[in-house]
Ligand binder design. Structure first.
Ligand code: NAP
Length: 289
């Protein structure tokens, strides 16, 4: 059984990314820059944000987090995003989720202008990705595809099963797989007899946030299992949705948690930020008539 870890991918791609960052610095006179808005004090969100800052710093990307108290009003955050939308020294903007209950998560998706929407959550970004038009790729599905490419897997013509249908992971992952010519089965909490679907999959993707949901009886012998879930167990350890040791006895490859899709997602975010800075350079060189 092969462990599909993110680290070798990162080590191979980092030099090219560093070169792109340097070219941006040369052309813009500053590093590609990302603003992360963190509302409230959710400990998991604080950890995700610090991971983003750390990876950005190691790549020479300027990432700063704007920390707001949980009492911040949706109106004040929308105004802040509007300012960042027009700021020439900001290439990418991200609103860390989950937001406090005073926010309508769907409304917030409309705030960040598509050119700076490096998470690719805006309806225009979603539509572009679904239609195969140029635009940012959603980070977690993109990270999944890049990791599979890196280890030499091709989902084309194969059966893929996605468990989970959130707008940020499950649904765009289905689109990413269709773009790669997989035959896709899509499951969710109302799917009956889950294992009857997952057992058909040559490639099984799980994004539910339910630790241990997937055991060996859910997995076709020889399948590649991509575990996207991130949760804490009672011992405070980070775990995925897949029972790793058990599934390792039937699968041919699994992405570990931690160390698999989590870091790939953050890397894709950084690549989108650099791409946003490069798009700004192109625009400066060829201003619209
Ligand atoms: N690795 C990364 O970079 C990364 C990025 C984002 C999220 N995550 C992690 O991925 C997990 C999912 O995140 P999310 O934002 O997609 O979560 P979410 O919005 O809570 O969605 C969870 C999905 O799982 C489905 N589900 C729940 N229980 C199920 C069950 N027993 N059987 C089948 N499907 C079930 C739900 O179905 P219904 O729609 O029917 O409710 C829902 O579609 C979380 O652990 C999150 O932390 C990881």
């Amino acid at each position: 059984m092969k462990r599909l870890e993110a680290r070798p991918y990162r080590e191979q791609k980092q030099p090219e990314l560093l070169k792109r960052v340097d070219r941006c610095k040369h052309s813009l006179g500053r590093a590609p820059s990302l603003r992360v808005i963190l509302v409230g004090s959710d400990p998991a969100s604080a950890l995700y944000v610090s991971n983003k800052e750390r990876l950005a710093a190691s790549l020479g990307i300027h990432a700063t987090t704007i920390r707001l108290p949980s009492e911040a009003t949706p109106e004040s955050v929308r105004h802040l995003v509007e300012e960042l939308n027009t700021a020439n020294d900001v290439d990418g903007i991200l609103i860390q989720r989950p937001l406090p209950s005073s926010f309508s998560e769907t409304q917030t998706l409309l705030w960040i202008q598509p050119e700076k929407d490096v998470d690719a959550f805006h309806p225009e970004s979603v539509g572009r990705f679904t239609l195969g038009l140029p635009g940012f790729a959603p980070c977690t599905p993109d990270g999944c595809m890049k990791l599979l490419d890196f280890y030499g897997y091709d989902v084309g013509g194969k059966t893929a099963c996605v468990v989970g249908r959130s707008s940020i992971v499950g649904k765009p992952l289905v689109q990413a797989l269709l773009r790669r010519n997989a035959t896709v089965i899509h499951c969710h909490s109302k799917s009956q007899n889950l294992s009857s679907f997952t057992q058909q999959a040559d490639f099984l993707f799980v994004a539910t946030g339910k630790p241990g949901l997937i055991g060996k009886d859910h997995v076709k012998p020889g399948a590649v299992v991509v575990d996207i879930g991130i949760s804490k167990n009672t011992a405070g350890e980070t775990v995925g949705d897949v029972l790793f040791d058990e599934v390792a006895t039937v699968a041919s490859a699994i992405t570990p948690v931690p160390g698999g899709i989590g870091p790939m997602t953050v890397l894709s975010l950084m690549e989108n930020t650099v791409a946003a800075a490069e798009a700004r350079i192109t625009l400066l060189k060829n201003p619209p008539a």
